[in-house]
Design a protein around this ligand. Structure first.
Ligand SMILES: C[S@@+](CC[C@H](N)C(=O)[O-])C[C@H]1O[C@@H](n2cnc3c(N)ncnc32)[C@H](O)[C@@H]1O
Length: 233
């Protein structure tokens, strides 16, 4: 949303904290409008017998998957903190790469996983990946620099970061003081295998299994630094 004259005045008059809350409210109102339009558009979809969904896809184009995200240009553009406009038992597979960590835990992430479970066909699976948070912590505790080297090689973090603690904070929060903590890019929860499996079981998945990177579905740029899991309805 572009910043108008009111925004400019508030930016000058308010503390940075209060200004961020204003910006969050403005963006939430805009998100509600976009979501409403996305729900209306989704109501017109004739769902085929087999449909694979990439939820939280971002700009990633995965052939054979219907793409769902808040970013423009996807097939279903909605706010994934809200109920999904997709009927029960519809999806033959869900792929969800590096999205869950953007939701608050346990409330919003739990409802999102329940929604994935609801829209999957019986026996179908959610193939999920999130940042692996055990690896950076192990490197920190044992004084190993391999994780930081991979961060630098892949441009995961802003260039100004030097210390391991700066990198760790960014891994957990994915925000710096150029962003408010309301925006969609920040991280809100970190997972390890035990916690992700528990969240999936709590959402009703009957079989939850750790898995390896799979070239047939996972994006190449998620091969390193990810925790992969399958969850069957
Ligand atoms: C780190 S990107 C992952 C994109 C892609 N799956 C990948 O692995 O490269 C996180 C995505 O979550 C989306 N996102 C975050 N919060 C969202 C929300 N509440 N509703 C819809 N999309 C959201 C963002 O738009 C962004 O595309």
């Amino acid at each position: 949303m572009s910043s108008g004259p009111i925004d400019k005045i508030l930016r000058k008059r308010l503390s940075s904290f209060a200004y961020e809350r204003w910006r969050d409210l403005r963006e939430e109102v805009s998100a509600m409008r976009v979501h409403k339009r996305g729900v209306r558009a989704a109501q017109g979809i004739q769902w085929p017998a087999e449909v694979r969904l990439n939820i939280g896809c971002g700009p990633v184009k995965t052939p054979g998957y219907m793409r769902v995200d808040f970013c423009p240009g996807v097939d279903i553009r909605v706010d994934l903190r809200r109920p999904l406009p997709i009927p029960d038992n519809t999806a033959s597979e869900i792929l969800c790469e590096h999205f869950l960590e953007h939701l608050r835990y346990p409330g919003t992430s739990g409802s999102f996983l329940h929604e994935c479970h609801r829209i999957l066909k019986p026996g179908a699976a959610l193939y999920i990946s999130v940042p692996d948070s055990r690896w950076p912590m192990e490197c920190y505790v044992h004084g190993r620099d391999e994780w930081e080297k991979v961060c630098a090689e892949n441009n995961w973090h802003p260039k100004w970061m030097e210390t391991t603690m700066e990198h760790l904070n960014y891994h957990f929060r994915q925000q710096d003081d150029t962003y408010s903590d309301g925006h969609f890019e920040c991280h809100r929860f970190a997972y390890d295998e035990e916690t992700l499996a528990l969240a999936l079981r709590r959402a009703g998945f009957s079989r939850v299994e750790p898995r390896s990177f799979d070239t047939t579905r996972d994006s190449e740029h998620r091969r390193i630094g990810s925790l992969f899991m399958s969850a069957f309805k």
